[in-house]
Design a protein around this ligand. Structure first.
Ligand code: ATP
Length: 447
């Protein structure tokens, strides 16, 4: 993972947030290639979850919400992780994660007594990650919501406003608007990609656990008790989506939750086998019953019942949710694509074998030589033409071998070289990233 993180910094995929001020833990900025990759992942996610589904729509809701939303959702009361502090250096750790590392299963849904009993029995062997001592406080729950201020609410000294702890609440709030305006009938789905903010106790593992991140969510509204079949289908579809974009099957698994929140019917995680970190959650798939809409109906006072237009049956739909961290998907795709290859001459090349749909740059265009104006002119023409349809890069810097290596490292599927033969017969030398084989083709044949 260290090599991948270095590549991200060196090639402009991801940088530490506020870098020139020394950086802030848990915040990251995406550089030019990172932004392209991120956008391609989101575009593929949208294609699969909205474009290819007749009964799904996408929305984009405001991040700030009426503060009661987070009370209704349960975040003000219970969106907490168990925290313990080192009595020696005051470093904070997440108790369930520390117990997990020594093979003791615990999670944030356990009762205070259950968790503290486990913690007290087991923490004698857990060293503080900062000072190495073993002297832990009792575990206490720490709320993850990030507070902010917004005129109307904070000026009056009323409840604080919060940044979204999860992106999906906007979907529940607009469920009625969607039904009233979109000619959509249960069962239907709503997709949204949005930012989430969490005061994570120990932000760590690069993009894996941040304080600010994006979530790609779908909520599928079904008739009560008609959840089982679509739930299985959605679970399988989401799993297959990763495989379809090149993730190796041995690095992906589905894991069922053992502790469910009181309202949930079922919950599974899609886990990726991250280098250095091991298998961990990329996406959650949750069968949530009518909890979300019932809560918002109670707190807003608005009737959120659905009336079936044919049978006139009235009910609160049940919700099947998929929630993926875009940064975690990004890291999984990068890690799976990251390849070190030994070449015939003993040198090593680093290649990002990203699926072509995800690759930040689709074609890199090079003139064979920088100091031959006729080659540069033709290469610029090819670059301009290809750029009309694809994200391309022009490079005339250094020898051709070095230019190939650079493109290999950022995952560009094809390098297109304008050489002397191009001037004669119009053909371009196209070099494939994975096989390094070259073919000659006309410009019109590309893409
Ligand atoms: P975890 O148990 O790892 O804290 P979670 O179960 O709280 O995650 P959810 O609330 O279900 O996660 O959020 C849905 C998705 O959002 C997760 O599957 C993950 O990909 C992503 N996510 C959650 N917390 C973070 C974070 N701190 N940094 C980056 N991505 C996150």
């Amino acid at each position: 993972m260290e090599d991948i993180i270095n590549l991200c910094k060196r090639r402009g995929f991801v940088w530490q947030g506020s870098d020139i001020y020394g950086g802030v833990a848990g915040l990251y900025d995406f550089g030019p290639y990172g932004t392209l990759l991120l956008n391609n992942i989101k575009a593929e996610w949208r294609r699969s979850n909205v474009q290819l589904k007749e009964n799904y729509v996408e929305i984009d809701s405001a991040m700030f919400k009426e503060p009661k939303v987070w009370v209704a959702s349960g975040h003000v009361g219970g969106f907490s992780d168990p925290l313990s502090e080192c009595r020696v250096c005051h470093a904070r750790v997440r108790v369930d994660k520390e117990l997990g590392k020594i093979g003791v299963e615990a999670d944030e849904k356990m009762s205070d007594t259950e968790l503290n009993t486990l913690w007290e029995v087991n923490n004698k062997s857990i060293k503080c990650p900062v000072c190495g001592k073993i002297d832990w406080t009792r575990a206490r729950m720490f709320n993850l919501l990030v507070k902010s201020n917004l005129g109307d609410f904070t000026d009056k000294g009323e409840s604080p406003v919060y940044l979204p702890g999860e992106a999906c609440q906007g979907i529940y709030l607009n469920y009625k608007n969607i039904i009233d305006t979109c000619r959509i009938k249960v069962p239907f789905g709503v997709a949204q990609i949005g930012k989430a903010f969490r005061n994570e106790i120990s932000p760590r593992n690069f993009l894996f656990r941040c304080r600010e991140f994006e979530q790609a969510d779908t909520q599928y509204f079904v008739k009560p008790h008609e959840n089982e079949k679509p739930y299985q289908k959605i679970k399988q579809e989401r799993f297959d989506w990763y495989l379809g974009l090149g993730i190796r099957k041995e690095n992906l698994r589905l894991k069922q939750h053992t502790h469910l929140v009181f309202y949930a019917n079922d919950a599974w995680d899609i886990e990726y086998n991250f280098p250095s970190y091991g298998f961990d959650e990329v996406e959650g798939i949750h069968d949530r019953t009518d909890y979300d809409l019932t809560q918002h109906m109670k707190y807003s006072g608005v009737d959120l019942n659905y009336v079936d237009p044919v049978t006139k049956e009235k009910y609160i739909p049940w919700i099947l949710e998929t929630s993926a961290g875009v940064g975690r998907m990004f890291l999984a795709f990068l890690a799976d694509a990251y390849t070190l290859e030994e070449l015939a001459d003993g040198a090593t090349r680093t290649v990002l074998k990203l699926d072509e749909r995800l690759a930040p740059i689709k074609f890199a265009v090079f003139p064979l030589l920088k100091n031959k104006p006729e080659l540069v002119k033709k290469a610029r023409e090819v670059y301009a033409k290809l750029s009309e349809k694809f994200v391309c890069e022009f490079d005339d810097n250094g020898n051709i071998g070095k230019r190939y290596r650079r493109q290999d490292e950022i995952g560009t599927p094809k390098c297109v070289v304008v050489d002397f033969q191009t001037l004669e017969d119009g053909t371009l030398a196209v070099r494939d990233r994975d096989t390094m084989a070259q073919v000659r083709v006309q410009l019109e044949e590309l893409g």
